[in-house]
Design a protein around this ligand. Structure first.
Ligand code: SF4
Ligand code: SF4
Length: 402
């Protein structure tokens, strides 16, 4: 099995992550250059209209601000980034500023000339979305006939220009069992892959994409597949902090997924050392955590990053203080995401049904005697705070007692 995005950090990377978390430096930034796209994936969470994208000059100013603030890892994504006519100008600026550059694309528009320019501008990694090795399945999801063939044709071209290519495969009802074909394809090409079970609501909160989400019961064959190790506890949740020898096959196609002890007791990197910038200049803790902290057309990045109340509040959260999840006996099987907790359960600090159901299934398959989440155990008790405000008050009271 090849590696994935969700990997354990090297010792050097661990030190970098620890330092950035401690000092709140925006080490890693995901910057969507456009929401326009040449595919219409059934599960997509974006509105593809252009509501006033940052101009080239504004994008370059954002990059200068990020470089000054200490960003090292920069991921350009969309929508489809090749629809930005100024992509190379933006990449050239990113190279001048010495970022480590990654791209996410559907690769439909990749040509040898374009791949050569990516190499010239120092792009290191290209993550490509793929839904199946079967055209009928992939093209039905993208709604673009011939898209799988074009996407696959791009991979050898990118590899020829020494770009690191990774396949990202979101799994949903339409392609659930396609994962084996995608893994075989990645192995044949000698490139890493990541499987992502997360299908999120639209960024405006509407739930359309959730209709495509695979039910937890239909995921059983995937969770049971011994090659995927889906039911192992998270490494940093193991008592001795040991890291699994093999990287997990699952992760998030939207966030870096880098595991590090520096994140112990933090829900994730969002707002600590990473953030998301929309094509309109809005700064969010993460693409999956839609609480805008400010806008770069009106404020400087540093002013938002260091002073926005939304980010300061996020930085105060510790997993060990979460009102429900801190008491959960199957927490090590859970992939709780604070953004989804907010979008799906209405509460950044809360537990939410999908995370609990998946964690319970994984714990059950791993042989845990009582695979019951704290949410389900305590749901009906009056002691569980139910509103976001009540939970923040709970957290503040708990923090002051330490
Ligand atoms: S908010 Fe969710 S998707 Fe974003 S980094 Fe945190 S866990 Fe990952
Ligand atoms: S399984 Fe549910 S209650 Fe347990 S940690 Fe995950 S979200 Fe929280």
């Amino acid at each position: 099995m090849t590696g994935t995005l969700s990997a354990a950090a090297t010792p050097v990377m661990d030190r970098l992550i620890s330092r950035s978390v401690e000092k709140h430096r925006p080490l890693s930034v995901h910057f969507d250059l456009t929401y326009r796209c040449n595919e219409r994936c059934v599960h997509c969470y974006l509105d593809h209209q252009d509501h006033g994208e940052l101009t080239t000059a504004e994008c370059l100013k954002v990059l200068e601000d990020l470089a000054r603030s200490g960003t090292l890892f920069l991921t350009f994504s969309g929508g489809e980034i090749f629809l930005r006519p100024d992509l190379y100008e933006i990449l050239a600026a990113a190279r001048r500023l010495h970022f480590d550059i990654s791209l996410k694309t559907n690769a439909l528009l990749v040509t040898p000339e374009r791949a050569a320019r990516l190499g010239e501008f120092g792009v290191r990694r290209v993550q490509i979305s793929i839904y199946s090795d079967l055209p009928a399945v992939h093209d039905a999801i993208t709604k673009v006939p011939g898209s799988l063939q074009r996407t696959l044709a791009a991979i050898p071209i990118l590899l020829q220009y020494r770009l690191q290519v990774k396949l990202a495969c979101p799994l949903m009802q339409e392609n659930l069992m396609a994962y084996r074909g995608v893994i075989a394809l990645a192995e044949k090409l000698g490139i890493p892959y990541i499987l992502d079970l997360t299908i999120t609501p639209m960024m405006d909160g509407s739930s359309g994409p959730l209709a495509h989400r695979a039910s937890v019961s239909s995921l059983l064959p995937v969770l049971r597949d011994p090659a995927l190790q889906a039911c192992k506890p998270r490494p940093n949740a193991q008592p001795d902090g040991a890291v699994n020898a093999l990287p997990p096959a699952f992760g998030s196609a939207v966030s870096s997924g880098m595991e590090s002890p520096a994140y112990n007791d933090l829900p994730c990197s969002a707002g600590h050392n990473s953030c998301y910038i929309s094509p309109y200049g809005d700064v969010f803790p993460c693409v999956q955590l839609p609480q805008a902290a400010g806008n770069l057309r009106r404020e400087k990045f540093d002013d938002i990053w260091y002073h926005a109340p939304q980010l300061q509040r996020l930085r105060a959260i510790r997993e060990s203080q979460l009102p429900i999840c801190s008491r959960c006996e199957i927490r090590s099987y859970c992939e709780r995401c604070p953004g989804l907790a907010l979008m799906e359960g209405g509460n950044l600090l809360g537990a939410y049904e999908r995370a609990c159901a998946l964690a319970e299934e994984k714990a059950r398959l791993a042989g845990v005697a009582v695979p019951v989440s704290a949410l389900h155990r305590e749901r009906d008790t009056a002691s569980v705070p139910t509103t976001p405000d009540a939970e923040f008050a709970f957290l503040a009271a708990d923090s002051s007692s330490h």
